[in-house]
Design a protein around this ligand. Structure first.
Ligand code: AMP
Length: 294
């Protein structure tokens, strides 16, 4: 069930579209010198997004959320056009969370006429998601660098659900000397374990039932790791075995990698990231868990 706006909204958030209106709104937000936390989103908000907003709220007195379906991070043939855009509902949800400012830029506000600048993080951008979605992380980094330059937040909140994205953006902020503290929030899940995602709405009833394979596969790997299994091959095989019971789930990748370099591991010696991607009907879903050496 998508989250419902809470009935009693707090003070309505300010809303901005153009850069000028964003800057005016930020100036009044910052009038008392309070810290600003920022949560960038593509809208179609669910509890996962809202959990980041709540973490942001606790981390700083002012919270800014952007809603922007970024064309640059979608390859031709991907779901840019049909990506859900329930704007009125999103605004109500953010109002109920007490967000101070919602920025809803148009494409031309983020990509000015004649735009040619791209941001690319070497070494991390072309594996896993980047290998299945060429150019995706250039799109992500380019937009987030621009959003950060426009909002100039003190804190940036990202979800562990998109672990590779979080890692790449952490790297980008450090490398570009951006004066922002990057924080990650944990993955929020549906009751059966499926990671919340705006793309879950693409699933039919039968596909939705089978989509649980992703988190169940990860749970199987987690149990094996806890029992002492260290072979990446055997961990991947356990996930694949789990998926065999779900004919609507088509593997894209199952990866056991170093969480900082994203290089594949043969054996799990310390920390690891176990990450999976699969097609389920019209949706391409991802999930992961970080394994921390005890
Ligand atoms: P998106 O709107 O998909 O671009 O996501 C915006 C932010 O929400 C990103 O930092 C995501 O990692 C985060 N996010 C998406 N799904 C979840 C989830 N299930 N739990 C926590 N954070 C999430």
């Amino acid at each position: 069930m998508p989250p419902r706006p809470r009935p009693r909204a707090r003070k309505r958030p300010a809303r901005a579209r153009s850069l000028d209106s964003l800057r005016r709104a930020l100036a009044s937000l910052r009038a008392r010198g309070e810290r600003v936390a920022f949560v960038p989103t593509m809208g179609a908000l669910h509890e996962g997004h809202l959990s980041l907003v709540r973490l942001a709220r606790r981390s700083a007195p002012r919270v800014v959320v952007s809603i922007f379906v970024n064309p640059l991070q979608f390859a031709p043939g991907e779901d840019f056009r049909r990506y859900p855009r329930p704007l009125a509902r999103d605004r109500a949800l953010l109002a109920a969370e007490g967000v101070d400012l919602i920025w809803e830029p148009r494409v031309e506000d983020v990509y000015p006429k004649g735009d040619r600048t791209r941001v690319y993080v070497e070494g991390l951008s072309d594996v896993l998601e980047g290998s299945s979605r060429p150019g995706h992380y250039t799109g992500v980094c380019t937009v987030v660098a621009r959003l950060l330059n426009a909002v100039q937040p003190d804190l940036l909140w990202l979800g562990q659900k998109d672990a590779q994205q979080a890692l790449i953006l952490e790297r980008m902020c450090a490398d570009l000397l951006l004066p922002v503290e990057v924080r990650r929030g944990p993955t929020l899940r549906e009751e059966d374990g499926l990671a919340m995602s705006s793309r879950n709405s693409y699933l039919s009833h039968a596909e939705r039932q089978q989509a649980v394979a992703l988190s169940q596969g990860l749970a199987a790997a987690w149990i094996l790791l806890r029992e002492g299994e260290r072979s990446a091959q055997r961990l991947a095989a356990a996930i694949r075995r789990e998926w065999d019971g779900y004919p609507l789930v088509r593997e894209d990748y199952i990866a056991i990698v170093d969480p900082a370099s994203l290089e594949p591991l043969q054996r799990v010696r310390g920390h690891a990231l176990v990450a999976v991607a699969a097609h389920v009907g019209p949706a391409r879903l991802i999930d992961n868990f970080p394994w921390r050496a005890r």
